[in-house]
Ligand binder design. Structure first.
Ligand code: SF4
Ligand code: SF4
Length: 421
């Protein structure tokens, strides 16, 4: 989108003083060794002639040596944004008193309640938030709603609100018990997000094949100075210490999963915009709006299978299994190579007692060389187990067969493990 700022996401360190159970980072306690001098980073940014938002993330950015001084230096010509667990009170208070809130784009503060309680840091957290707010910083306090924390969220939210700290649910992005979140949230979890439509923006989408400004107005910087197009697409753009560069043109995204700021940087067609709005409404529990958007998406591009599929998921949720099966079949017809549509249609067939037909459909699609999302479904169909993890939403903005025609490979090995930043 044209209004999105120039944004450099700086992953300053992989070290962190917390050990959240859903985090995939190695939990090392050794001091952080700075590799990228502030002057080098500033030279690179200044040479573009643009004002950048330097988004500092990690690990935990406040562990970086002389962090408050670094914030001063960066925020003179550019603005900063920090993704932090806000746990080192001494530095947080220095930051709050010394930095100009006008030069700080935002603070994205993660509560991580289990770990904070374990460390006895809840009271200090509340005090620090109140101080930052009083000083005029724009901040969001987020709560990662891990599938096992859905019930706890409501209680914790009340507790913090009573102390003047509103909290926002943040979708868990990653795998848990074989399912990919946030797409796999059930109705109870989606109800948690219903009051927070912005939370849906934190979903991970598949923009593979969609032109994106990533690499031009959005960049990712690693702790060792390596520059990438973005967090999702690790396209090598040199090292900031020696040979940094940016892409010259908006190019199609080649990553299967956009875990970052992609929705602000991709160039979507009106139908794809509607698909995006539908998915965001869906994750935030607004099924009526989601349906409106998916219908608009399909009207704008009758060949967009994700919209047809997601209408099927909505039909399924209202109990209309026949309508759902028709939509899944429509999606599969539009993109016969997509495993997800095969799985959804097979699940619908199995639910109405046609297990043999469902199994035939799944086995016809499966390549024995690959573990796909269909592998567990085939097992469930063979053993007559209950099918509980289908149907699934589709977050693909370009159908697989079109991506293949663009020379973008698909059918990568399934990803496993939790993912959190
Ligand atoms: S989720 Fe964030 S705060 Fe928690 S351990 Fe990982 S990096 Fe640290
Ligand atoms: S869509 Fe996301 S993953 Fe793809 S290039 Fe853009 S920012 Fe990167």
């Amino acid at each position: 989108m044209a209004t999105a700022p120039f944004h450099l996401m700086w992953n300053m360190t992989r070290r962190c003083n917390f050990q959240c159970r859903y985090c995939y980072f190695p939990h090392e306690t050794a001091p952080v060794e700075p590799v990228v001098p502030a002057a080098t980073l500033l030279n690179f940014l200044d040479a573009t002639g643009e004002e950048w938002v330097v988004g500092m993330t990690g690990g935990e950015p406040f562990l970086y040596p002389d962090f408050v001084e670094l914030c001063h230096a960066l925020s003179r010509r550019h603005r900063i944004s920090i993704d932090t667990n806000l746990s080192i009170s001494r530095l947080v208070r220095d930051f709050a008193r010394q930095l100009d809130p006008a030069r700080v784009h935002d603070l994205y503060i993660a509560l991580h309640i289990e770990e904070r309680r374990r460390k006895g840091l809840v009271e200090a957290f509340v005090e620090d938030i109140l101080l930052l707010r009083e000083r005029g910083f724009h901040l969001t306090v987020n709560y990662v709603v891990h599938p096992q924390l859905v019930a706890a969220f409501r209680q914790d939210r009340e507790w913090f609100e009573a102390r003047g700290v509103p909290i926002t649910p943040r979708p868990f992005k990653g795998f848990f018990e074989g399912q990919e979140y946030p797409n796999a949230y059930n109705a109870e979890a989606r109800a948690v997000f219903a009051e927070f439509p912005r939370a849906g923006r934190k979903m991970a989408f598949n923009f593979q094949g969609v032109p994106c400004r990533g690499g031009r107005t959005l960049l990712r910087l690693e702790p060792d100075g390596q520059l990438y197009r973005c967090s999702g697409e690790k396209r090598d753009l040199g090292n900031i210490l020696t040979d940094p560069r940016r892409l010259e043109w908006d190019e199609p995204c080649r990553a299967r999963r956009c875990p970052c700021l992609g929705p602000n940087y991709v160039l979507l067609s009106p139908a794809q915009e509607a698909l995006l709005a539908g998915l965001q409404a869906m994750v935030t529990g607004n099924s009526t709006r989601a349906r409106e958007h998916f219908l608009l998406a399909l009207e704008g591009d009758p060949l967009l299978p994700a919209a047809a599929n997601n209408l099927g998921v909505l039909d399924w949720e209202t109990g209309d299994r026949e309508a759902a099966a028709i939509r899944f079949a429509q999606a599969l017809e539009l993109d016969p190579r997509a495993d997800l549509f095969v799985g959804n249609l097979a699940a619908a067939l199995a639910m109405r007692g046609e297990r043999a037909r469902a199994l035939e459909l799944v086995q016809g699609q499966m390549d024995p060389a690959w573990q796909t999302i269909l592998t567990p479904l085939a097992r469930q169909l063979v053993t007559d187990e209950a099918i509980t993890t289908w149907p699934r939403l589709c977050v693909d903005f370009v159908p697989e067969h079109r991506r293949e025609a663009m020379g973008i490979p698909f059918r990568l090995p399934a990803r496993q493990g939790a993912e959190m930043a």
